[in-house]
Ligand binder design. Structure first.
Ligand code: SAM
Ligand code: SF4
Length: 336
């Protein structure tokens, strides 16, 4: 049977008519933290032999940009622990203004102090930094690493280097829910945006996520009692919906996949460091771009990308109270 040649000029569009403009790239599944909602303490990482070389990542990213992806986010695992990530960022950054509109990074901040300048040199202008608590003991409990000061120094270095910072805070029942307002105030004072995230059932961890699940609908209700939240038309192309907290002049994003499904507007796919393309964070189906590239080069990658577009599912199927995680792989593998 003849295979259809991909139309390399049309934007990538899935079978529900959604255009795919946003690629998230997990440049490593490894991490120097062990956040309780993300990983087990005894996490097993991929053998090095199975991961894409940085050059292969760059070639695959090139194909997505050539085919209409305008935004790329480097993530992980912790992207800044992979040696050579600065060169990879610079290589991808060469497409800025030539198809690529934005290159961004999500990091835990532990190594930002040393690497913020390199990220700016690569063309990155905005980063997300995960910070679930400003209290040293709680931070150490949640991440299982006593590194709050490194993260704060990293954020300060990022700002000094000219990067806009959005803080990502996973809302955790009984763990940091009383810190949401202080975090908002701190972000307002420091000039950062803040996004709150619901815990998602991805990968086995050492505890039951439902014990810590805090619905953002409830957080929103509590904030509404204290502040004026005005809906904002601001969008970063990601899943967050934004509000302005008028009294503080801070922008607040809410990422609530469990309580307010946002799949209808999904414009994203995710490349893992093993070279698998996941069309949905919350589904198992994937297309093996590493195998495609290694056996058939760029043409095979293009065909595989088209196949992925046809297979992108309508929506995730997260349920927090299910006995098992919705998908077995961790967020650090697929790339948050
Ligand atoms: N290591 C980097 C970091 O922590 O920012 C980048 C990767 S991390 C997987 C990306 C984001 O996903 C972080 O903001 C993290 O808090 C969030 N995250 C990790 N596991 C999650 C889960 N199960 N549910 C919701 N968010 C999660
Ligand atoms: Fe590492 Fe980020 Fe997962 Fe925390 S959330 S363990 S920093 S990958």
């Amino acid at each position: 049977m003849a295979t259809l040649a991909p139309d390399l000029t049309a934007p990538l569009t899935d079978s529900f008519g959604r255009q795919i403009r946003y690629l998230r790239v997990s440049v490593t599944d490894r991490c120097d933290f062990r956040c309780r909602y993300c990983m087990a303490e005894a996490m097993t990482f991929l053998p090095r032999a199975e991961i894409l070389a940085l050059e292969e990542i760059a070639i695959i990213v090139d194909r997505f940009i050539a085919r209409g992806v305008t935004k790329v986010r480097l993530t992980g695992g912790e992207p800044l622990v992979r040696r050579g990530v600065g060169e990879l960022a610079a290589r991808i950054g060469r497409h800025l203004g030539r198809g690529l509109e934005e290159l961004t990074l999500t990091t835990n901040g532990s190594r930002l102090a040393e690497q913020a300048e390199a990220m700016v040199d690569a063309g990155i202008r905005r980063i997300n930094v995960s910070l679930d608590s400003l209290d040293r003991d709680r931070f150490a409990y949640i991440t299982r690493r006593d590194r709050l000061n490194d993260v704060l120094a990293g954020i300060a270095a990022a700002r000094a280097a000219g990067l806009a910072v959005k803080i990502n805070m996973v809302a955790l029942k009984g763990l940091n829910e009383d810190e949401i307002e202080p975090m908002l105030r701190w972000c307002a004072a420091e000039g950062h945006d803040l996004s709150l995230i619901e815990t998602m059932p991805l990968g086995r961890i050492d505890e039951d996520r439902s014990d810590r699940f805090l619905p953002l609908t409830l957080v929103r209700k509590r904030l509404d009692e204290r502040f004026t939240l005005t809906p904002s038309s601001y969008s970063t192309g990601g899943p967050a919906r934004y509000w302005t907290v008028e009294e503080l002049g801070v922008r607040l994003g809410l990422i609530s996949p469990l309580t307010e499904n946002f799949c209808a507007g999904c414009n994203r796919v995710r490349l893992t460091v093993e070279g698998r393309l996941f069309m949905c964070l919350g589904q198992e189906d994937q297309v093996d771009l590493k195998a495609a590239y290694r056996t058939g080069g760029i043409a095979a990658v293009d065909r595989a990308i088209d196949d992925a577009m046809r297979r992108k599912p309508l929506r995730h199927d997260f349920r927090i109270a299910a006995a098992r995680p919705a998908v077995a792989r961790h967020m650090s593998v697929t790339g948050g």
